[in-house]
Design a protein around this ligand. Sequence first.
Ligand SMILES: Cc1ncc(COP(=O)(O)O)c(C=O)c1O
Length: 377
Amino acid sequence: MPGFDTLAIHAGQPPDPATGSVVPAIHLATTFAQSAVGEHKGFEYSRTGNPTRAALETCVAALEGAAYGSAFASGLAAEDAVLRTLAAGDHLVVGDNLYGGTHRLLAQVHTQLSVSSAPLSDLAAVEAAWRPTTRLVWVETPSNPHLWIADIAALAGLAHDRGARLVVDNTFATPYLQSPLALGADVVVHSTTKYLGGHSDVVGGFVATNDPDLAARVAALQNSVGAVPGPFDCFLVLRGVKTLAVRMDRHSANARRVADALAGHGAVGSVFYPGLPAHPGHEIAAAQMRGFGGMVSFTLRGGEAAALKVAGSTRLFTLAESLGAVESLIEHPSRMTHASVAGSPLAVDPALLRLSVGLEDADDLLEDLDRALAVVG
Ligand SMILES: Cc1ncc(COP(=O)(O)O)c(C=O)c1O
């Protein structure tokens, strides 16, 4: 089996046999010629299947160690497909720290499902939330925005013992740093908008699994609902994935320096980074991840007012939603990415800021944060 970096560059994308092109073609065709009714070269209509999308699906599935992968138009479209495989009345246990859009999808769209939230690092809390109708445990690890860590193998064991499945949102870790399927998870979902794309220029999503029945249902939903990414979007994610390993190494190294600097700053309350030995999930993260990633969050001693001031004072860290790209971003989750969880048990501390630490020179990033923190320090 080729190594991760080799798969990232080559899986699903051999040189084009017709032209020798070393990058996959962007196949814009919506339809494909048939030599006789039902006889074709594997593609009929681009919602159902497209060669550029097929290359992306083969590549990202290979990186996740999955036999099957389906690409979607966004991370939420990928999540929606997985949720549509459940029946009305089915119950899910989700993490008590969750991307706000996932909460909104569950609370406002999939109202036929019932949902409980629990701290997924605490197996007793998951058991307490369990019902006879529980079919799925849904975990982000590290979670957005708090970077809580859950033990994937333990959650998979608990879910499987009770006849349920485990879905892992692997957006923050990426397949380079964490392999949920190898740890026992049944499904991996991604917002490929983030690290897999890696350049803040494409929105996309992905579902990977080794379960042939589930994969067939997700592929059928992809075709029936039609939330597919366009060929150019697929190309951009494929191009991003080629450098995923080197980017994640640098993201992790820069984030570690930022986390260490914040941990020693007087204006900062708590720092959340799974690489810090004081992080409650550090040991599990060290065991199940190959690095700690590029996301750091922290609270300000001065509360929300201080957080808002700092968020508005950085120059190199751009104040913007999203994450996982080459440029560093700062955001205020409770008013921005997680505004939709306000008033729910998943509400985020308004003193919290989230950083997506990019690939700039770490010294410049530290200087920028230092200058911004001086505004409240
Ligand atoms: C952890 C996580 N999962 C899923 C999503 C949704 O992805 P998208 O914005 O591509 O729909 C996001 C978006 O921020 C996210 O952070």
